[in-house]
Ligand binder design. Structure first.
Ligand SMILES: Nc1ncnc2c1ncn2[C@@H]1O[C@H](COP(=O)(O)OP(=O)(O)OP(=O)(O)O)[C@@H](O)[C@H]1O
Ligand SMILES: [Mg+2]
Length: 273
């Protein structure tokens, strides 16, 4: 039972928390694009090489600087998120059986947290609770939902993912996912619609762009087909209730990531001491 709250000693040494806005990049007017990720989920879609994984790295970079969250990385391609492996609490490569096991584990943890919240008559976890937010990053959904394993396993993966996106937020589970194939068989509307943030990187068809952003946006002039192929890392970001915002993601080089990983290791060691 959560009788205690985080003590002043456990405030992250870096001063950064997963409850703080996450910096993603700049918009076309040069303004910062920072999003509140806690209690929300985010979906990235777009053609191969459009900048989805690089966009994800910004979120992982933020999470790596926080000692109030755990990082669960699901990387079907193994090397996209592999640079963060040493600081990840969980790292799953191209293995559908392990991916399902881990999602089931996450689902159990979510249910356990809801039981505890229920017992103390609360609706959601907050920054003072001695419970880590869990940031689950999945790159790329299609590998687990349509390529690896049997049909049953793929369906099970999508069922678990949908449940985590639908119910995870108040329990402190944030799902961050990317897909190269923004089509209804990979991202069913029922799954797409429950992501609070959605970002369409360059797409080849208006239908693909709408699969990420939602039906009707292309017709209103918000189509990721308008992003030039050489404009890597540019996307249309849709936040709950708003209109899509064209933005350019910040880009972390491998050297930046090595530096962040080293700093994160240091923070985590200090936090554990
Ligand atoms: N924000 C950015 N600024 C500058 N260059 C970028 C940016 N994002 C991506 N790139 C460049 O584009 C390349 C492809 O990006 P990335 O791997 O993120 O694409 P992707 O959409 O994940 O592709 P895939 O679907 O094949 O996984 C990167 O290696 C990098 O060179
Ligand atoms: Mg990628």
């Amino acid at each position: 039972m959560w009788t205690k709250t985080r003590s002043a000693d456990s405030v992250p040494v870096s001063g950064l928390s997963i409850y703080d806005p996450v910096h993603l990049g700049i918009d076309e007017h040069g303004r910062r694009v920072d999003i509140e990720l806690v209690y929300r989920n985010i979906l990235f879609g777009g053609e191969p090489g459009s900048g989805k994984s690089s966009g994800l790295q910004n979120i992982i970079g933020h999470a790596s600087m926080c000692t109030d969250c755990q990082l669960w990385l699901f990387d079907g391609k193994q090397v996209e998120l592999g640079l963060w492996r040493s600081i990840a609490d969980v790292f799953v490569g191209p293995d559908i059986t392990e991916a399902i096991d881990r999602l089931e584990q996450l689902q159990k943890e979510m249910d356990r947290r809801y039981d505890e919240l229920d017992q103390v008559r609360r609706r959601k976890i907050t920054s003072v609770d001695p419970v880590d937010v869990i940031v689950a990053v999945i790159d790329e959904i299609a590998l687990f939902s349509a390529t690896l394993g049997s049909k049953d396993q793929q369906e099970q993966f999508v069922r678990l993912l949908r449940d985590l996106v639908a119910r995870g937020r108040a329990a402190g589970v944030i799902v961050v996912a990317a897909t190269q194939r923004p089509s209804a068989d990979i991202v069913p509307t029922s799954l797409r619609d429950i992501f609070a943030y959605r970002c369409a990187f360059r797409c080849t068809t208006e239908a693909s762009s709408d699969t990420i952003l939602g039906r009707g946006w292309a017709q209103q002039g918000y189509s990721a087909t308008a992003i030039a192929p050489e404009n890597l890392g540019v996307g249309l970001l849709l936040a709950e209730g708003g209109i899509p915002r064209r933005m350019k993601y910040a880009y972390l080089t491998d050297a930046h990531i090595y530096g962040l990983v080293e700093h994160s290791q240091h923070l985590r060691t200090q936090h554990a001491a």
